[in-house]
Design a protein around this ligand. Sequence first.
Ligand code: HEM
Length: 154
Amino acid sequence: MDMHPDIQPLAFLLGTWNGKGRGEYPTIDPFEYDEEISINHVGKPFLFYHQRTWRRPGGAPLHTEAGYFRMGDAGVELVLAQPSGIAEVHVGSLDGSTIDLKSTGVLLTPTAKQIVTVGRRLETTGNGLRYRLDMEAVGQPFQFHLEAELHRTA
Ligand code: HEM
């Protein structure tokens, strides 16, 4: 199926990506994880994004999230939902195959952790994908939480 022309600039994201990452934050112990990201399209002007992670070592399910990428006049748009009661809306820039996003809004359910701002930077080189996530949350200033490196496996 042909990709919708509006999201052609994001075609480099398509596929299934597997790899591993690590995380830290002042309030928690550092950790490592395995990750799978799948990004696909159905011919409409959006990409469907789905991510799952598992603790290293051990393989217990960890964070997961799902959302949609689109292209707008102001750049790349992302809406994202997490099972922990967090909804992120981002707008950001596209430079070649690097996406730099900053949340324009984060909504929380009553039981969610207090997230204020999230920054997500995604960079691909051929079949490699790396990302970095920073956040202002739980009373801490904006800073590093996650980084990971994945490879396209399908
Ligand atoms: C690859 C994705 C992610 C993984 C593997 C991950 C993993 C973890 C782990 C293992 C912790 C330690 C405490 C716990 O087990 O709950 C943690 C803490 C935390 N995570 Fe993440 N996380 C991910 C993404 C996110 C995202 C997208 C957000 C928010 C936008 C977030 C917000 C937080 C916060 C605020 C804490 C600190 C909680 C506290 O101090 O009470 N995480 N994360």
